[in-house]
Design a protein. Structure first.
Length: 624
């Protein structure tokens, strides 16, 4: 089929919708020292079978309705249970970054970029979206931000988390505030629709594929102009793609590893054709990550700082302040406010003090202080629920974690509901060691609960009855330290002694990163299940925290990339999740919420599914 006659990505493949998976959360801001200056600072989301025996599985709870008809269970070994995938399923046209085992990174990966909202990708810098329909709104106990008529004018002042010196170059993002600059000063072919997990076309008018998924055609929106008056064209897309691949250390390289830049060609002024080396079914998701910015042809942050976004950056002080001025010729929602001043403040209490003192209009609220602000009528709270998570990574290539029995035992030690309460003050949702809860093929039917007796049995089987482990961590995200403490306490019930070693954040993500036997991590909402797999779960992944290397898993991943049928691809993804559930290297106890506080004069704030306050879409906010 010619590329122009392919299927349009972003629409439901069929009308049969399956029950939406409850939205989990993204990742709040990380802590550090203190302020000194007033205004704002964004939050960060920092951002791994044997002979079958059939028997009912006592360790996995079946959730009726989560995936349609029920499941039948088959134990594939003594260390894990394999639920058969239910047949009933809704179908969505999904799209995501699944790299083909090739990553064009030419420098050491910068994990801090992916440690925050989308720098975690969120994050990862995963500001992407899924095609699952999830509505927005506030949760019980929080008030939605002010609604009402919006008017132009004024300066919006933000207290954002200071996660260190970053970059004004959108293709070299290394901290979460870089994502803020990218989203406001630049634009994307497609992105997550604000307040939902749905795909929204931006600079692209359509994205279609041929029948086999190895040729994708992007038609651009006509009439879009840059800050300097340049009209959007195919040349800008081609320049942007090639620029991402040419920059050493660009996080975009990992997400776009399935692309051969030489195969990206211009068909006409508003049409770009991507000739891929191999079929890639979920093409759109990598284009929606926060680093996949489209810049004008010839862009250079120093000599030609042009952009297609709703704001122009008029002032930039690294790790301190960014000032955005409204761009009146933006093709989309022209900003309501004249200016945005985003100040970066490290200490969370200092950010709240700036809010209380009337120096800013926005700050995030740590989970332990939410109840205090709920009762204060001077502020409106918005609770963001995404799939951000703070996992414990077990290095599957290092003893004792190279034994599946040990990995499963450590997973069974965790009382997830208790951890949600104690580590996150209830501002999270229990998880069961699988990521990407908003992916339409998420296996919500796979549920793990604490079982100390089974954990002891598995450890005895593996020869580790008196197991002692060292858990490496740093205070790079809220809840990380508390998670280590709760885990260590819960592990005592099975006789496991957990020593916690806390390093400085910069040292933690230095040369030793990706070598720890047991360590903490943090990821923001991934753009899709396969996107997260590409980042962390493959032998060739950029961020191999668990060093999970499984031939069956890798084979299914490659098949999923090439499978254009939604239902069949969903089944493959389901099998991949079964493998991760049975023998993966991540302990994922919870999906985290984060809460934003706005003064009552801020109008238009909604829940953000990517974990960023307003998804960093400040052109949607106004002042009363």
């Amino acid at each position: 089929m010619p590329p122009d006659q392919g299927v349009t990505v972003g629409a439901h493949a069929s009308s049969g919708k399956r029950p939406a998976v409850a939205r989990r959360d993204a990742t709040p801001p990380r802590y550090r020292e203190s302020l000194e200056q007033v205004p704002n600072a964004p939050r960060t989301f920092l951002a791994i079978g044997q002979s079958p025996r059939r028997r009912p599985c006592p360790k996995v709870t079946r959730r009726q309705g989560a995936r349609g008809a029920g499941c039948r269970w088959t134990a594939s070994s003594d260390v894990g249970c394999r639920p058969h995938r239910p047949t009933a399923r809704g179908s969505y046209r999904t799209v995501s970054p699944n790299q083909q085992s090739r990553f064009h990174l030419t420098a050491r990966p910068n994990r801090r970029t992916f440690l925050g909202g989308a720098l975690a990708g969120g994050a990862v810098l995963l500001g992407g979206a899924t095609l699952v329909g999830c509505g927005s709104g506030s949760t019980a106990g929080t008030r939605a931000a002010s609604a009402g008529p919006q008017k132009k004018g004024g300066t919006l002042r933000l207290a954002l988390f200071n996660d260190g010196p970053g970059s004004i170059d959108p293709h070299l993002q290394s901290v979460t505030n870089d994502a803020c600059r990218a989203v406001n000063a630049h634009d994307y072919l497609a992105y997550r629709k604000l307040g939902t997990s749905e795909v929204e076309y931006r600079l692209a008018e359509s994205i279609t594929s041929n029948a086999t998924g190895d040729v994708w055609t992007v038609k651009l929106r006509d009439g879009v102009v840059s800050h300097q008056g340049k009209k959007l064209s195919a040349d800008d897309v081609i320049y942007s793609i090639k620029r991402m691949f040419s920059l050493a250390g660009s996080p975009s390289n990992a997400m776009l590893g399935f692309i051969d830049p030489k195969g990206v060609v211009k068909k006409d002024d508003l049409t770009v054709v991507f000739n891929l080396p191999a079929p890639y079914a979920e093409f759109i998701y990598p284009m929606m990550t926060v680093t996949s910015v489209i810049v004008p042809d010839g862009y250079d942050p120093k000599t030609n700082p042009d952009g297609f976004g709703p704001f122009k950056i008029s002032k930039y002080e690294a790790a301190s302040l960014t000032v955005y001025d409204r761009f009146d010729d933006y093709y989309g929602q022209v900003a309501w406010v004249d200016q945005v001043r985003a100040s970066e403040i490290t200490d969370p209490q200092a950010r709240l003090n700036a809010l209380i003192g009337g120096q800013v209009d926005y700050s995030d609220v740590p989970a332990e202080q939410v109840k205090v602000y709920e009762s204060n009528a001077a502020y409106n709270l918005v609770t963001n629920k995404t799939g951000g998570f703070r996992p414990i990574a077990m290095n599957c290539q290092v003893s004792p974690y190279d034994q599946v029995a040990v990995r499963q035992a450590l997973r069974l030690l965790v009382d997830r509901d208790q951890l949600v309460t104690q580590a996150f003050n209830g501002s999270a949702t229990a998880a069961s060691d699988l990521h990407s809860p908003h992916d339409p093929d998420f296996r919500s039917d796979l549920v793990r609960t604490q079982d100390i007796d089974q954990a002891k049995s598995l450890l005895k089987q593996a020869g580790y009855e008196d197991l002692q482990v060292e858990l490496f961590t740093a205070e790079f995200a809220p809840g990380v330290t508390a998670t280590t403490q709760v885990f260590a306490e819960q592990a005592k019930a099975a006789g496991v002694d957990v020593k916690i070693t806390t390093l400085q954040t910069n040292a933690y993500f230095g040369d030793r990163y990706l070598t720890y036997p047991l360590s903490m991590s943090s990821w923001s909402e991934p753009p899709s299940y396969l996107a997260q797999v590409a980042f962390s779960d493959l032998k060739a992944s950029t961020f191999k925290e668990t060093h999970f290397e499984d031939a069956e898993f890798e084979s299914l991943y490659k098949q999923a990339n090439r499978q254009m049928d939604d239902a069949k691809r969903g089944d493959l993804k389901g099998q991949m999740q079964e493998i991760q559930f049975e023998r993966g290297g991540y302990i994922i106890p919870a999906f985290i919420n984060n809460v934003d506080a706005y003064t009552t004069n801020v109008v238009g704030a909604v829940e953000s599914t990517d974990g960023y306050p307003m998804g960093f879409h400040y052109n949607q906010l106004s002042l009363a």
